[in-house]
Design a protein around this ligand. Structure first.
Ligand code: COA
Length: 349
């Protein structure tokens, strides 16, 4: 069995900065409300007609590949995590593959929302450990701004999310005690609709009641999107913020503790915790619960908002670029999100 490591990381965020004040021109909200509840000051939005989830993923991938000291031709497998894909199908993995010109290798799309990058890391780790692949390209990318509700009705969700992409190359390592020490994956579908983008889909009301979506009786076709959905603007993500918050602040410490315990460490041993950037208040709560110092936790949600599957690789990469992820450091990644899903990874860098 090989041990695997993150050999190179990269991130890409679109140029366009959207401040909280910019959002007040579209919906009834305020900079004060957003900063107080979430810590977010601004986020980036992709350029429509030019950028997509797949193109942003490709930009991040090119940087990760270069930093890993390989070429695109060395990549032997792709894992692409997103909840905002370019197409309903096929997935973004193949679209990014086409952009990068590395057709022929396998491309796996995964749908684990905010936990997508850590789930993907775990999958890559298994492939590398068994010797099946040597250079797995793992990408988390989101183009949220294309699918958000910019009316006041959608403000509780819309103000939180931003666009961007992060990527990593996972390789085998022979360095004793280094690399990905363990990964821990969890999910609980009980509360699937508490943070969800339900339409379009083939559910035809099975989980929530047919009447709610106005499905025609016993007809084939046309059920992904109905007239009622459009009329009632039931075509955007929805979130029960307080419910999600309560679950997140329980599951983050739990899954971090699981990773530490598995490897015989304590919170004080962590050099850097890179939590999924869900909400600054959630990260601060987790920090207090684990009694971590400010310099042990990396947050950048203030600049980018919540970029879901891209948030951990963007944060990890920024921290690395700032010299906060050094050789031999103990790095903990932790995520929580829609599903619900939650996950962690402990890495000796
Ligand atoms: N601007 C201004 N007011 C807003 C608003 C916005 N963007 N969004 C909601 N409000 C209003 C609500 O309409 C409500 O008004 P009312 O009291 O008149 O009914 C009020 O603010 C409080 O709403 P509530 O939903 O209770 O706010 P909250 O304190 O729970 O904060 C979140 C909302 C979303 C910031 C918070 O619940 C949260 O961060 N939850 C976790 C979300 C998360 O992390 N999601 C990603 C997980 S991966």
């Amino acid at each position: 069995m090989f041990q695997s490591k993150i050999a190179g990381i990269g991130f890409y965020v679109p140029e366009k900065v959207v401040t909280n004040d910019d959002l007040t021109k579209m919906m009834d909200t305020s900079d004060e409300w957003i900063q107080e509840r979430t810590g977010i000051k601004e986020r980036r939005y992709g350029q429509k007609h030019k950028e997509t989830t797949a193109t942003m993923g490709a930009e991040a991938a090119k940087i990760a590949v270069k930093r890993a000291g390989i070429t695109l031709d060395d990549v032997d497998f792709i894992i692409f995590a997103t909840l905002s894909p370019d197409y309903f199908f096929p997935g973004c993995g193949v679209l990014m593959q086409r952009i990068l010109g590395i057709n022929g290798i396998g491309a796996l799309d995964i749908r684990n929302q905010c936990s997508g990058f850590v789930y993907g890391l775990s999958i890559a780790d298994q492939f590398v450990k068994t010797g099946m692949y040597k250079n797995v390209l793992l990408v988390g990318s989101e183009f949220h701004s294309a699918g958000l509700d910019f009316s006041t009705k959608g403000r509780n969700v819309t103000v939180i999310f931003g666009d961007g992409a992060g990527a990593a190359i996972i390789q085998p390592t022979k360095e004793e005690g280094k690399g990905i020490l363990s990964t821990h994956l969890h999910a609980d579908g009980e509360h699937a609709e508490k943070l969800a983008y339900i339409n379009p889909g083939c559910h035809t009301g099975v989980h929530l009641g047919k009447e709610q979506f106005g499905y025609p009786e016993d007809e084939y076709g046309g059920a992904f999107l109905t007239e009622k959905m459009f009329k009632e603007q039931d075509i955007f993500p929805n979130m029960d913020g307080q419910f999600v918050f309560k679950f997140a602040v329980t599951k983050f410490p739990e899954v971090i503790g699981e990773a530490l315990q598995k490897n015989g460490y304590k919170p004080e041993d962590i050099d850097l915790l890179v939590p999924h950037q869900a909400n600054l208040r959630i990260s601060q709560f987790v920090q207090r619960r684990l009694r971590l110092r400010d310099d042990q936790v990396w947050n950048n949600i203030q600049k980018y908002g919540n970029t879901t599957a891209a948030s951990i690789p963007i944060a990890l990469c920024e921290a690395w670029e700032a010299g906060k992820v050094k050789d031999g450091d103990l790095i903990c990644l932790a995520a929580f999100g829609s599903g619900f899903t939650w996950a962690s990874a402990l890495i000796r860098w």
